[in-house]
Design a binder for this molecule. Structure first.
Ligand SMILES: *Cc1c(COP(=O)(O)O)cnc(C)c1O
Length: 377
């Protein structure tokens, strides 16, 4: 059995893979593949309608918020947002708390002024800045709810009257929050809600149409709203997989139910890391992510050794991001608790072996002067 800790694209529910593979051969008994149906047919309309409706239900959205499924991934939103919202000469406030947020800041500067209200760059983004001030004249305040690479997560929504814009790519629908407090939410589907190729955008209509610049049709949220995400050919298969993943989540009992399971997975892993002196979590305790858990070990050889054990036990995607090193376990909605249970039992076994070895070395050096004759591991 494979345990998939990939950071994205990442694990999806087994039921989704089964249903999607059936639909590639025969979509709903039509004799047609999902890959060959027209996007303006009633067949596909039913798919996108269910995707939008289930998103509305799971996020408990009010009627002011529109749900869009767009191309271009989360990275396109980095510029599409300021392009639509930020008038030239106006200022948007940004929180600099990770690699993705930094990229969003770079793009926003192409369209207006950016005020970085706080940054955790000084300690390699291992914590979430606090106590910062969001200027009340800012057009919007942008932040990343979960920093996929560094393993930090915001555990509350900032209190401000400034419209909130959030990149929720790696923790969307993983825990209950008041999504209606946001003016705009975006998320690439490939982390927690589907396959790569589609992007969820939830936008409050009243913030649109104020930037005063001409927009290419494909970049204008109002055009996408008016055309029900069918302005041009949408990523049909990616939207279908997102719909199946959303349907699965609803069948599990919704966000509140998956949140409890996510809490158990994260707690088990962090408790294990904290109890074993061989592993060192890199992130400030109060800012730890429940989706992406990052840790390092004392030396590269030890890391290599533990990585090989993980690999032997069917674990994939657990090596840390190249910019951080060490390990990263992504615990998205579809990752079963059993995968975390296996990982933590391997950790305990590994740590015990190493600690026994250290104790033996200490004992021998004290009593027999044999320290040098015993190999380190
Ligand atoms: C993965 C990720 C992105 C980039 O998503 P793309 O769809 O590849 O553009 C942006 N933000 C966050 C938080 C991510 O995790």
């Amino acid at each position: 059995m494979v345990h998939n800790f990939n950071s994205g694209p990442s694990v999806l529910p087994k039921e989704v893979f089964e249903e999607a593979s059936r639909a590639v051969l025969d979509f709903n008994g039509t004799g047609l593949s999902i890959l060959e149906i027209g996007h303006r047919t009633s067949l596909f309309q039913a798919v996108i309608d269910e995707a939008i409706q289930t998103t509305r239900e799971l996020m408990k959205l009010d009627s002011d918020h529109e749900v869009l499924f767009l191309h271009g991934g989360a990275s396109t939103q980095f510029f599409q947002i300021p392009m639509n919202l930020l008038a030239e000469g106006s200022t948007a406030a940004y929180l600099d708390c990770g690699t993705w947020g930094k990229k969003a800041i770079k793009e926003a500067k192409l369209y207006g002024n950016v005020e970085v209200v706080a940054s955790s760059k000084d300690r390699n983004y291992t914590y979430i800045p606090k106590g910062y001030n969001i200027p009340s004249n800012a057009t919007y305040f942008h932040y990343t709810t979960n920093n996929t690479i560094e393993g930090t997560q915001m555990h509350s929504i900032p209190e401000t009257s400034v419209p909130l814009v959030a990149d929720m790519s790696s923790d969307i629908l993983s825990y209950e929050m008041d999504f209606n407090r946001f003016a705009l939410i975006y998320a690439g589907a490939q982390k927690n809600m589907g396959a790569a190729g589609v992007n969820l955008v939830v936008v409050k209509k009243d913030i649109l149409g104020k930037a005063g610049r001409p927009l290419p049709t494909m970049m204008d949220y109002r055009e996408h709203i008016a055309n029900g995400s069918l302005l041009n050919t949408p990523p049909v298969f990616a939207i279908y997989v997102a719909m199946l993943t959303l349907r699965w989540l609803k069948q599990q009992g919704g966000v509140s139910v998956i949140e409890k399971i996510n809490d158990r997975k994260a707690q088990l892993l962090y408790d294990t890391l904290d109890s074993l002196p061989v592993f060192h979590p890199t992130v400030a305790k109060e800012d730890r992510s429940k989706m992406n858990v990052v840790w390092v070990m004392d030396d590269p050889d030890l890391e290599k050794e533990f990585l090989a054990i993980c690999k032997d036990n069917g674990m994939v995607g657990i090596k840390g991001h190249r910019s951080v090193g060490g390990f990263r376990a992504s615990l998205y909605n579809a990752l079963p608790l059993e995968s975390v249970e296996l990982l933590t039992s391997l950790m305990k076994e590994f740590a015990l072996k190493k600690l026994n070895r250290i104790c033996l070395r200490l004992f021998l050096s004290r009593h027999c002067g044999l320290l040098l004759s015993l190999p380190a591991r």
